[in-house]
Design a protein around this ligand. Sequence first.
Ligand SMILES: NC(=O)c1ccc[n+]([C@@H]2O[C@H](COP(=O)([O-])OP(=O)(O)OC[C@H]3O[C@@H](n4cnc5c(N)ncnc54)[C@H](O)[C@@H]3O)[C@@H](O)[C@H]2O)c1
Length: 273
Amino acid sequence: MPEPGLLAGQGVLVVGAGSGIGRAVAERLASEGARVVGLDLDGARLGTLPLADRVVGDACVPGVVAEAVERAQAGTGRLDGVVCCAGRFDFYQPICSLPPSDLVDAFEEIYRVNVLSGLVVARVAADALRASRGSLVLTVSSSASWPEGGGVLYGSSKWAVRGLVAHLARELAPEVRVNGVAPGGTARTRLVGLRSLGQDGRVADGPERDERIAAQTLLGVAASPADHAGTYLYLVSRALSPLVTGTVVPSDGGRGERIEAGRTPGVGEERVG
Ligand SMILES: NC(=O)c1ccc[n+]([C@@H]2O[C@H](COP(=O)([O-])OP(=O)(O)OC[C@H]3O[C@@H](n4cnc5c(N)ncnc54)[C@H](O)[C@@H]3O)[C@@H](O)[C@H]2O)c1
């Protein structure tokens, strides 16, 4: 008989499970025996995942998240983990290139998805996570430590997510552990830009981008979504990380070390649009 997985019998919600990093996390947690419910705007992509259940909708809307939390508890009666991966990018938009009115719209759009979704999910899932002494994992970015990997809108929104990790870890303690994962540049996701700025495209994948990402890391690798999934698993699992809270784990191949050493390409060079 196969060994029971690390998360056997546990109920987990993955927000932004349809694509990219969230999708790889959902697959990995399910492979460890969790009963995974996915929430995403994109129902078609959720439909091709091996989920226990799915909710199609906006993670910034409390009623949508409440339904996802309820469904995540349905099978096991508990919610042991919540992972938030919903996000939008700004394609390195320089602030001075924007008319002030567009700046306001862009701010509201990117902070709504990147920051508000984490707050709404934390608020709506708090009681269920407290009851199970569960874990909340938010998705940060290496751009939340250095002014690279995005423009000021994206980067500052990810600094705000670092703030969510710190504050929520304090506020939801001692029952709930709250942590973040900070991926570096990641290939083969579908990260999209800001509609308010007409950034209709998504991050352009290909060998050139892989080379640029790899050149920015100590390990010389262009990460794929699956490369981050074990870090999320570590933080979700109370068996693996029972004492870890209020921290952000880099998953960037040592990109930060390269930036600190001043040996990485400069701001905006990892241009992905
Ligand atoms: N791709 C990278 O290089 C990279 C690097 C560092 C951090 N990140 C972060 O990782 C996270 C995942 O990014 P990804 O590259 O896998 O992107 P992705 O677009 O492939 O996946 C994000 C998913 O979230 C969903 N989503 C977006 N807004 C939503 C909302 N309001 N409600 C519900 N679902 C919503 C999308 O439909 C999509 O399925 C983001 O927070 C991103 O900022 C990405």
